[in-house]
Design a protein around this ligand. Structure first.
Ligand code: CA
Length: 403
């Protein structure tokens, strides 16, 4: 029985952070390991769970193998991730999936998460899973909006849902089902939410910004749809790998940069490169990370192993958010105590950004039927859960935080 401590990977140290790029990692991948498609799977494929349920072995030629072996084959999968090991919160989500799957299968199904760059570049995890070069990955689906803009909904979109609302939409609002149909059709992949950062921060700025005019020509490091929104507002967007953000910000190569939130940003030392820390991160109000599995490999798995992955992903979805919330709380205090200046985005900037965001979605919807189908239902869900959360969540927090 291995009861691996989740944080074991952290010992690898903060320095490793510089080597990996959460976003826009440009490094060439090492060739995706073909061993990842290990032999045991083939054996496991043909006969597994369905037949194994009823008084099994009678007809099978290899009948001397106990039924248990058929039901619980030994499997070893490598998992590609988009994260450096040193980002213990987000890489920890992948590790949680691996640890729980091993525990639920009595150690028979071993999944080994690999840091970004080992099996695939940070932003090509979906690609290697789609190609079946690697059976499973842990990543953020919005890295793949170039393949299909609908993938943005699997993570988050500007002015979208917070973590709690995202879970409501995915698990109970039909969101996951619809996204799974799109991923199956486009990528031959099945995915499950497996982590969330909560509302991110709005980035580090070398000088204060108050108006949309202040954004004109501002050089800012921000990937994804948030970057596209800021481009519409006149900013000059750059996508720089995580390990290079500090230097770019410190030297003035960029005027501003966003990463995740206090706990992760502190690790990059961004507070030493810029003074003003804006909030909220309106482009990432509740980003889900996903575990993605090649659909052929998924279909080969015994039912019990599929259930183990689903259960493990759901656990990672909860524990990652818990870790971020608990650790950001302490990190924010450290940052403020050491001189970081917190600044809220002005209402002028927020309103202009929200308007630009929905113009962008309308443009996507006009061009992409998958995006349109999800967007139209998502928009209705968003509006109605905002109405409910204005009453219950905001009703409570507006009072609780007012003192
Ligand atoms: Ca971010």
């Amino acid at each position: 029985m291995r009861r691996r401590v989740f944080l074991r990977s952290v010992a690898a140290g903060g320095a490793a952070l510089t080597t990996a790029a959460l976003a826009a990692c440009g490094q060439a991948a090492q060739t995706p390991t073909q061993q990842a498609t290990t032999a045991p799977a083939q054996q496991a494929t043909t006969a597994p769970a369905q037949q194994a349920t009823t008084a099994p072995v009678a007809t099978a030629p290899q009948a001397q193998a106990p039924a248990q072996t058929t039901e619980m084959p030994a499997l070893e999968w490598d998992m590609a991730t988009s994260w450096p090991v040193a980002l213990d919160t987000i890489f920890g989500g992948a590790q949680t999936v691996a640890d729980r799957v091993a525990a639920l299968t009595d150690g028979k199904f071993k999944i080994t998460p690999r840091a970004a760059g080992e099996l695939a570049p940070a932003l090509q995890v979906l690609d290697v899973v789609q190609q079946n070069a690697v059976p499973i990955g842990h990543t953020a689906s919005y890295y793949y909006v170039g393949k299909s803009p609908a993938t943005a909904f699997g993570t988050t979109v500007p002015f979208g849902l917070n973590a709690q609302q995202q879970n409501a939409w995915l698990y109970d609002g039909g969101g996951l089902e619809k996204l799974q149909a799109v991923y199956a059709k486009l990528f031959n992949v099945i995915q499950f939410p497996a982590g969330n950062t909560g509302v991110q921060m709005g980035g580090w700025f070398r000088k204060e910004i108050n108006t949309v005019a202040d954004l004109q020509g501002l050089k800012i490091r921000i990937p994804g749809l948030g970057g596209q929104v800021l481009t519409k507002l006149g900013a000059t967007v750059q996508v720089i790998p995580g390990g290079e953000i500090f230097q770019a910000l410190q030297t003035g190569a960029v005027d501003a940069a966003e990463w995740v939130g206090p706990y992760d940003d502190e690790k990059l030392g961004l507070n030493k490169a810029a003074k003003f820390y804006y909030y909220p991160g309106w482009w990432e109000p509740g980003p889900s990370l996903e575990v993605q599995i090649n659909l052929d490999r998924w279909n080969e798995l015994p039912k019990a192993y599929q259930e183990a992955i689903k259960t493990a992903a759901a656990e990672a979805n909860i524990t990652m958010l818990a870790r971020y919330d608990a650790r950001n709380r302490e990190a924010l205090k450290r940052l403020v105590d050491s001189g970081t200046q917190l600044r809220p985005y002005s209402r002028e900037i927020l309103e202009a950004a929200e308007k630009a965001a929905f113009e962008l979605y309308d443009e996507f919807a006009a061009k992409d039927a998958d995006f349109k189908a999800i967007y139209e239902e998502w928009k209705v869900f968003r509006q109605s859960i905002y109405e409910w959360n204005k009453v219950n969540e905001a009703g409570y927090t507006n009072y609780a935080y007012s003192k």
